[in-house]
Design a protein around this ligand. Structure first.
Ligand SMILES: *Cc1c(COP(=O)(O)O)cnc(C)c1O
Length: 364
């Protein structure tokens, strides 16, 4: 007899992605009150959003009506912010949705994408869902790209997409513009994920997309604008791709609250970038302090987090010791990262507390 329920076998046998948990869940897990937790595991903005966001949300109109499927006003404001035509901008429920849309647009069963781990897990996780084959070209020991390796992999597998994260999550380093330029010569499309570009001393590639038919730039309001919980990201796409993307995008992917919140944030850019500066100060403070500790070796970062190699104990043990003090950091159970820990930059008071706990660990 035929089975009635026949889900995809590849999904039935795949393992799940483990996202960060909410504050409530961590509080329950650790047996600590939410107020005592310092969450430094997901590169979220500890200041929260601009005050203009709460004001705008308090008088949110038209929740009974579907949102603007084109996010027209929001795209106009993004166009101003980026100095890019609104016609080249597509919004998504987080940059995560743009990663999926890009895969949907390009990948036919068996097509290859090139990934450069250790990097953001979503590219490698999502590609198989869209029947893409992931070719991993591991980064060098200092987390710089293996450019020659990527070139070879693209040509050998006829890869349709290359995903690059710059600054890279979790290592924090930028990909030099010359390397991206070299990769753009390949017969493939390069997707540059700039989720952390506001924290970096570097130019975004967004303005170059108009003139480069195989360059896509992804950005987000989650980190610098403190809107991770409302899910707003966007992509800057070559003009030729836009009509195709409009065909496949879910019409109401940006809900009215997210739309209004993102617009209010873009009305308060100067204020938000001031907070970005503060977070960069705290990141620099972390880098300097970590370098002084016997059990951490930090990698230089251009983002709002610092990756460290851990010595003298396992990274898992290090994570657990901080967790007992209410400080949540990111441990990776993954190749090249087993003995590493990523710590997000917090507010001044949070970094004070973290350093106090770490110094107590160093001098028991
Ligand atoms: C956080 C993050 C994202 C996800 O952004 P959302 O807009 O919240 O989906 C994308 N890329 C990288 C590298 C990230 O670290």
């Amino acid at each position: 007899m035929k089975e009635k329920v026949r889900i995809r076998r590849d999904i039935a046998s795949m393992s799940a992605y483990t996202p960060t948990a909410s504050l409530d869940v961590f509080a329950r897990r650790l047996g600590l009150p939410v107020e005592e937790l310092i969450k430094l595991d997901a590169n979220e903005n500890p200041f929260g959003p601009s005050p203009l966001v709460s004001e705008a949300l308090a008088k949110l109109p038209n929740m009974q009506v579907y949102p603007d499927p084109e996010s027209g006003k929001l795209r106009e404001k993004l166009a101003d912010y980026l100095d890019v035509p609104a016609e080249q901008i597509l919004c998504g429920a987080g940059a995560d949705e743009l990663i999926e849309l890009t895969l949907q647009l390009f990948i036919e069963p068996g097509d290859a994408i090139v990934n450069s781990p250790p990097t953001f897990a979503m590219y490698g996780f999502d590609a198989p869902l869209y029947h893409g084959e992931v070719i991993d070209v591991y980064r060098h020991d200092d987390f710089s790209l293996d450019v020659a390796g990527i070139e070879e992999a693209v040509l050998r597998h006829n890869a349709k997409l290359v995903f690059l994260c710059s600054p890279n999550n979790p290592s924090g380093n930028l990909t030099p513009p010359a390397e991206i330029k070299r990769l753009l010569e390949l017969p493939t499309t390069i997707v540059v994920d700039e989720a952390y570009i506001e924290f970096a001393e570097a130019e975004s590639l967004a303005t170059q997309v108009a003139d480069v038919p195989n360059l896509i730039v992804l950005r987000t309001m989650s980190k610098w604008a403190g809107l991770a919980g409302l899910r707003v990201g966007y992509g800057i796409f070559p003009p030729a791709l836009m009509p195709q993307l409009w065909k496949i995008k879910q019409p109401y992917n940006i809900n009215v609250a997210a739309d209004v919140a993102a617009q209010a944030s873009l009305d308060d850019v100067e204020f938000l970038l001031g907070r970005v500066d503060e977070l960069v100060e705290q990141r620099k403070r972390l880098e300097a302090a970590f370098a002084e500790l016997p059990f951490l070796c930090p990698y230089p970062s251009q983002a709002n987090f610092v990756l460290n190699r851990v010595f003298g104990m396992t990274a898992e043990d290090f994570r657990d010791r901080l967790a007992r003090a209410g400080i949540i950091v990111r441990y990776y159970n993954k190749p090249r990262l087993y003995d590493h820990i990523r710590i997000s930059a917090g507010r001044l008071d949070q970094v004070d507390r973290l350093l106090e706990v770490l110094r107590a660990l160093a001098n028991p």
